[in-house]
Design a protein around this ligand. Structure first.
Ligand SMILES: *[C@@H]1O[C@H](CO)[C@@H](O)[C@H](O)[C@H]1NC(C)=O
Length: 150
């Protein structure tokens, strides 16, 4: 193969890679896709009662899970759904970990969970591990979030 062809062949994937990265970011949080809501968190003991009874094997190994607020509970159809979540803001500036996006699995219903959320009535109650990945739990127990079902 002529040398200049080999060279241009190397450049194409780089450009392509950048485009894909940008597309990926838009796909995750294009302004028309994400919903806005609120999140609090809950502490152990964790049981996935409303979704899976006491079957703790339903928790993802990385502890990134959440219980569904009434707005997304969907009569139990939300059990097992995965959401991308990021912190948008909180009362105390600097609470959010900028640029951090987590993926959580719904394992329970917030209104009836064994461990209750630190705040009632939020869209999605995150595990303490999940909450602390996107926000400083010492400065706020409720945050505004953007979320999108995977
Ligand atoms: C978290 O918030 C507390 C209370 O506002 C603050 O003292 C602490 O420095 C914050 N931690 C980080 C990592 O920002």
């Amino acid at each position: 193969m002529p040398h200049h062809l080999a060279a241009s062949k190397q450049r194409v994937p780089k450009t392509h890679h950048l485009c894909l990265s940008l597309l990926f970011l838009f796909a995750i949080f294009g302004s028309s896709h994400g919903d806005v809501g609120t999140s609090s968190f809950y502490n152990p003991p964790y049981l996935p009662t409303a979704c899976y009874g006491n079957d703790v094997s339903q928790f993802p190994a990385n502890n990134l899970f959440a219980s569904a607020g009434e707005g997304i509970w969907d009569n139990g159809a939300s059990c097992g759904r995965e959401y991308l979540v990021r912190c948008l803001s909180a009362t105390v500036p600097g609470t959010c970990v900028e640029g951090q996006i987590i993926q959580v699995r719904i394992v329970d219903r917030a209104a009836t969970s064994v461990s209750l959320a630190l705040r009632d009535g939020t869209t999605m109650v995150l595990s303490a591990t999940a909450f602390q990945m996107i926000a400083n739990a010492s400065s706020a127990d409720v945050i505004n979030i953007e979320f999108q079902q995977v």
